[in-house]
Design a protein around this ligand. Structure first.
Ligand code: IPD
Length: 279
């Protein structure tokens, strides 16, 4: 049978690179900042423009009568994100907006594609590093043209773990994140890191640079593409309590191996987070 989504996959790669070039260009001029859910949840004209470029190109190529779109910037105006069985693009035009604003060179374009609520492929373009990560269900994960695999280390005390503080500064939540970080560093692990972009963090798991990444409060567009890439690189993606991964839950743990995930999960102090699909 002909490959039904090959054209979409190849187009996602092409458009992610174009969007990344636009982000690099925009980083050279003045960056004007606005805020969204909190004073530290930033958005720039580039986020909005790049999302329009990506969705515009996808609509022109595939039409919007069949394909659906969940984009970070359009979603923040619309409210709930409902994932249906229709072919759906899930897009973060600038993952790492704070990095973009501050010139910290980890910023990614994240594009995922789901059909029947299942992720078919994910593309993450780390545009300042000029590295393109991609994964397709059943077909492996790659950084540019090189196949990538998760780390084979199963010893937590020889691991590096990524987590992030996110954009919610409610004192009780910040306290729980700090407690969790303290508990993990005291296991002890080799280190805790964070690139400031969830999509890139997931690619770090996929390429074996770290053993695990988890965060509560991320959105579906931050993790959809990375989830396919990690799984195709041989890793696992699950909930922060060890249950099945739920794209709309705003909670995500990914790791090279269940032993590492379960050991980290023991230390996570979970806090509530509204779902992306909450009305
Ligand atoms: C953010 C990044 C960051 C994560 C935040 C996200 P954005 O995405 O992925 O690493 O900690 O939770 O909101 O806002 O830069 O697209």
């Amino acid at each position: 049978m002909a490959d039904p989504w090959l054209e979409a996959y190849n187009f996602a790669i092409e458009i992610a690179k174009k969007a990344g070039a636009e982000i690099r260009r925009a980083s050279e001029s003045e960056i004007r900042i606005c805020t969204k859910s909190s004073t530290v949840d930033l958005v720039t004209a580039t986020d909005v423009r790049v999302e329009k470029i990506i969705i515009g190109a996808l609509k022109e190529k595939f039409g919007d009568d069949v394909h659906c779109f969940i984009g970070e910037e359009s979603a923040s105006k619309k409210g709930a994100c409902i994932l249906t069985d229709e072919p759906t693009w899930i897009i973060d035009p600038v993952d790492g907006t704070t990095n973009f604003v501050h010139g910290f060179p980890f910023v990614a374009v994240s594009i995922a594609f789901a059909v029947n609520k299942e992720l078919e492929f994910g593309v993450v373009y780390s545009c300042f590093e000029d590295k393109l990560y991609k994964g397709r269900k059943g077909q492996g994960a790659y950084c540019d043209e090189e196949s990538i695999q998760v780390s084979d280390n199963k010893e937590i005390t020889k691991s590096v773990i990524i987590s992030e503080f996110g954009t919610d500064r409610t004192p009780s939540k910040v306290q729980k994140i700090c407690n969790t970080m303290k508990r993990i560093i005291e296991i002890p692990v080799h280190g805790i890191r964070g690139t400031g972009t969830a999509a890139t963090n997931m690619c770090m798991v996929a390429r074996g640079a770290v053993e695990a990444f988890f965060e509560i409060g991320i959105h579906c567009w931050d993790v959809a593409a990375g989830a396919v890439i990690v799984q195709e690189a041989g890793g696992i993606v699950c909930d922060v309590d060890g249950g099945p991964f739920d794209l709309m839950s705003r909670r995500m743990m990914c790791a090279n191996h269940p032993d590492i995930a379960n050991r980290v999960i023991k230390e996570i102090e979970i806090f509530p987070s509204d779902r992306d699909d909450a009305e």
